[in-house]
Ligand binder design. Structure first.
Ligand code: AMP
Length: 284
């Protein structure tokens, strides 16, 4: 695996591959790679000749009081995992390389829908940081395909909309959520979960599953189902950011006759914010 820290070096190398007609897949990450990330690399390998993984902890998508400075940075362990996965290239620019003019005056890509609700409500500006860095990465790597995880359901929905609105020539691939054996969605931030919290955080997934089961059994009082889940999670001592039953395309609150739904949730542990979701196909 070859590693590039500069945009120019990465582009020059990929140009050679492109001239040979090779298909390029991108997996964009913020590092501290886990088995879920590696599954994204494996998916990208299935339909591309060359796979690029990027590692960049993008300050632009973190709020002022969020965990950008303490986000786990595990570069050498990440390199070993990528090497073992058969990834071809690692692109890992530093902050100056990605934002040479600084963050304050950076031109931004803004998606006007789906970005102020759910995670966007408690993380103002988060999604414009995401769409900006992802479009920069698309411009640098110019991938034929890019794989994103359904774990970050709202993020993928927003990126999909950006790609459509801006006619970006990249095919998006959605990867399923990879989980620990007890159901907890793998996440780089899981290292912040304390030992005492660890067995209890699975309550988020169980509540989402319980809501999904209720909906599949015909229940349509969505606000009531959401409130019941919130109460249950709070009993275990976690603060709930949101539990929301949404239309899976618009991410608007689900209507009774919607058939494609997603139940999303975000909770705060002492030192982390954990998100998860469960998609449901309901017969009308
Ligand atoms: P991150 O490094 O957390 O920004 O994630 C990089 C990519 O990996 C994003 O597309 C995430 O949605 C995806 N990802 C992270 N964790 C998981 C997981 N447990 N299952 C599937 N995809 C994931």
């Amino acid at each position: 695996m070859q590693t590039y820290h500069t945009i120019q070096g990465m582009r020059r190398e990929l140009l050679l591959n492109r001239r040979e007609g090779l298909k390029i897949g991108l997996v964009a990450t913020m590092g501290n790679l886990h088995a879920g990330h590696i599954e994204l690399i494996n998916l990208a390998k299935q339909t591309n000749d060359i796979v690029v993984c990027s590692i960049f902890v993008n300050e632009l998508q973190f709020g002022l009081n969020e965990d950008w400075d303490r986000y786990p940075r595990t570069f050498s362990a990440d390199c070993e995992k990528l090497l073992a996965s058969g990834c071809d290239y690692l692109f890992c620019p530093d902050d100056l390389e990605m934002y040479p003019n600084g963050l304050a005056t950076q031109s931004k890509v803004i998606c006007p829908v789906m970005t102020n609700t759910l995670c966007g409500a408690s993380r103002p500006g988060h999604f414009e940081g995401v769409t900006t860095v992802v479009s920069k990465l698309f411009n640098i790597i110019q991938p034929d395909e890019s794989v994103f995880g359904l774990k970050d359901y709202q993020q993928l929905a927003v990126i999909r909309r950006m790609v459509e609105d801006l006619c970006l020539p990249v095919k998006l691939i959605a990867a399923p959520i990879y989980r620990e054996p007890d159901g907890l969605a793998m996440s780089s931030r899981n290292v912040f979960i304390t030992e005492q919290e660890r067995s209890k955080v699975t309550i988020l997934k169980s509540c989402l599953d319980a809501i999904a089961a209720e909906i599949l059994s015909g229940k349509t009082q969505y606000p009531k189902l959401e409130q019941e889940a919130i109460k249950k999670i709070e009993t275990l001592g976690f603060r709930v950011d949101y539990i929301a039953i949404c239309n899976s395309r618009s991410l608007e609150p689900a209507a009774e006759d919607d058939s494609e739904l997603v139940v999303l949730g975000a909770i705060f542990t002492e030192a982390a914010r954990i998100i998860d979701n469960v998609a449901i196909m309901r017969e009308n």
